[in-house]
Design a protein around this ligand. Structure first.
Ligand code: AVJ
Ligand code: FE
Length: 444
């Protein structure tokens, strides 16, 4: 992106559009039959054929109509694929394009996009097209929906549809240590990342008191200790709304876990397996993460604490794009659906942040204690419905991306958000504690 001339950037965009489309097809029409594509596995998720046509419709709205000034192809279907007009639970009853028609529609859109790409100027005064921003937005959007489609696959019952790639970078140190981040300011968010979303902007200095943060995500084994200590039965550990969720839902384990005799097993993409103790726990909601942290004598990190541990380089006095530096590098994080699971906690030494904290990017999204709000000076761009309409106390911020997140759709400044009861996403957490202020008797 930065440093590329316009032609090279357009070539990269065309390549990435092709790559993300291959990924989308590999999660839909390449691997599932018509019934699986139009069916709904949960009221929380869209039928996969909705996601497929929706990414094409979004691409038509932004890259054909807005960026290239091309007339609407099928304005009569816009409403069907407007996420605000129709909540997920209602989508299977809509007159959606059947899979073959959806496939034809999105590939026609794509052909017109590639055709118009050379005519769109990236150096004009319009911030939508400047630096190729809107193309980056559309590539990221399709990758985000691919991760959502993976969550749909995970919820789906029946024979496995996805092949699991092999090859894993294993941990080089045991989990369970924490790192001190000294008090002081750091730059949160960004003002110059060309494909950053509005909610990541503007970059601004935030002063953070000293704290300790876990050097890896909380593992299944550690979470199991909380379960075995009666954590799900003790209201002391739970936020009052969390206790309400706990008792009304009847949940007593992460999603997809069940007991097989005396041991815990999980269903993962249609296969049953023992719960691996050293893997980061995933499919826990914010209330479960919050309760675990309190039981452990800790708390969830704030969004600022998470981001400082991930991005701040105290020697250079600047924030990095990724924990290890400014460029994405293969092998430093478990991203992009290389596997269908997180790597063991303690892996990716080469992906550690300046503070020595591992797996902040990749493996599992991480719950933070923070509500989703705009930064000081926030300006919605290019549309309010991407993030601004979600600001407020209802959503908690998630950071870092998961094994299912594509590298182009994640960076240290990226902000995700969801309701505190949600468990179908690929989310875990790590804990933090406040460090004693200097002069405080006792210390740690
Ligand atoms: C940023 C993941 C919360 O999936 O609801 C997709 C992304 N925005 N289409 C979502 C999004 C529009 C969004 N999240
Ligand atoms: Fe969308």
């Amino acid at each position: 992106r930065g440093g590329l001339d316009e032609d090279a950037l357009k070539e990269l965009i065309a390549e990435e559009l092709g790559a993300v489309r291959n990924r989308s097809l590999g999660l839909t029409t390449d691997v599932l039959d018509e019934a699986d594509l139009v069916g709904q596995v949960s009221p929380l998720m869209s039928p996969l054929v909705w996601d497929l046509a929706h990414v094409g419709n979004y691409e038509e709205l932004w890259l054909l109509r807005a960026a290239a000034g091309i007339e609407p192809m099928r304005p009569e279907i816009d409403g069907l694929y407007d996420a605000f007009e129709h909540p997920r639970s209602t989508r299977p009853s809509l007159p959606l394009l059947p899979p073959a028609e959806a496939g034809a529609y999105i590939s026609t859109v794509r052909a017109k996009v590639l055709d118009s790409l050379e005519k769109v100027r990236f150096d004009g005064s319009d911030p939508l097209t400047r630096g190729g921003f809107v193309y980056g937005m559309v590539v990221q959007h399709e990758h985000m929906h691919d991760e959502t489609m993976l969550a749909t696959h995970q919820l789906r019952k029946g024979a496995p549809a996805l092949l699991e790639p092999v090859g894993e970078i294993l941990r080089t140190k045991p989990a369970g240590t924490e790192v001190l981040v000294e008090a002081g300011p750091f730059e949160m968010g960004t003002s110059d990342d060309p494909w950053a979303y509005d909610n990541e902007r503007p970059g601004h200095m935030v002063d953070v008191p000293a704290y300790y943060i876990d050097s890896e995500p909380v593992t299944n084994g550690a979470y199991l200790a909380f379960m075995e200590a009666g954590g799900y039965d003790d209201p002391r550990w739970w936020d009052p709304r969390g206790w309400e969720w706990r008792t009304s839902s009847g949940k007593r384990a992460p999603a997809f876990w069940s007991k097989d005799g005396v041991s815990w097993v999980r269903r993962r993409f249609g296969r049953m397996e023992a719960v691996p103790p050293d893997e980061p726990v995933q499919h826990v909601c914010w209330y479960e993460a919050d309760a675990y942290a309190r039981w452990a004598g800790k708390r969830l990190p704030t969004e600022a604490e998470w981001e400082k541990a991930a991005r701040w380089d105290p020697v250079a006095g600047r924030s990095r794009r990724f924990p290890w530096g400014d460029e994405y590098e293969e092998g430093r994080a478990n991203l992009g659906q290389r596997m269908l699971r997180p790597s063991e906690a303690g892996s990716y030494e080469s992906g550690a942040s300046a503070y020595g904290v591992r797996q902040l990017v990749g493996d599992v999204w991480e719950w933070t204690s923070s509500d989703f709000h705009g930064y000081p000076g926030f300006r919605s761009f290019p549309y309010k419905e991407y993030s601004e309409v979600f600001f407020g106390p209802d959503y908690k911020v998630l950071k870092g991306g998961s094994w299912a997140t594509h590298p182009l759709a994640i960076r240290g400044s990226f902000r995700n958000w969801d309701y505190p009861i949600r468990r179908q996403i690929f989310t875990g957490f790590r804990c933090a504690t406040s460090a004693e202020p200097p002069g405080h008797a006792g210390g740690r």
